[in-house]
Design a protein around this ligand. Sequence first.
Ligand SMILES: [Fe+2]
Length: 295
Amino acid sequence: MNIAIRQIHGAFAGEVSGIDITRPLAPAEVAAIEAGMDRHAVLVFHDQRFTDEQQMAFSQSFGPLEDARGGNITKPHERRLQVGMGDVSNLDRQGVPMARDSRQRLFNLGNMLWHSDSSYRAIPAKYSLLSARVVNPVGGNTEFADMRAAYDALDAGFKAEIEEHVCEHSLLYSRGSLGITEYSEEERAMFRPVRQRLVRTHPVSGRKSLYLSAHAGAIIGMPTPEARILLRELNEHATQPRFVYAHAWRQWDLVIWDNRQVMHRVRRYDEAQPRDMRRTTVAGDSPTTAQVQAA
Ligand SMILES: [Fe+2]
């Protein structure tokens, strides 16, 4: 096994070499990658010419894939990719960039807000894996922010103040901040807020981190404006350049990130030209806090 990981940012993120992850992996290789993820939270692999089937198989090395239902407004007949593959492209079923006023496109612009994938689910995601099939020629970097380093940098008093806070997360909050407020009854029910701890602990490393996301829009027991100001302040703190790694994509890059330890966002790009990025998501295994039963 020649796998090597080189840290590419002062706080986190590693570049992996010496492994072809498109073929079936030995348990020791999976363990080495998982240990790298626990430490670096983001891993970059170059020149991995994945098919969708290979990407799904590799992803399942780290746990079952997340059931993607309830995560967007795309109807089954509008899907470009098979079940199990998350479509983070700007393409419609015909492989053409979506129209400017496409509701699907406008909804997907929410990926340009700092977030953690699936934080709007009661059991949020573990890893996301993004494969660059067609890279857009202008912009489109994905940025990652290390929520452990951001937490560590808070002073002790502030840490104690927020330790027990529980937030409400929903796509209604993240998309609402972009002015998207019209939904069907079915969508509204699907996007019902869930509760997440604001400070979470990594199950392996034991490190604490800020569990922030554009989907967070309320804090239990706190007036909404006060909660939003606090969340905004924490987001500004956590996304300072010293906590951020910006990934400039090359075709056939695969990047894995641990949603329990980092936030991410995509930057603007030339939407008249294709950007074909395909995501698989490894499901998390436990909630961060108890949910309230719906009446
Ligand atoms: Fe995302």
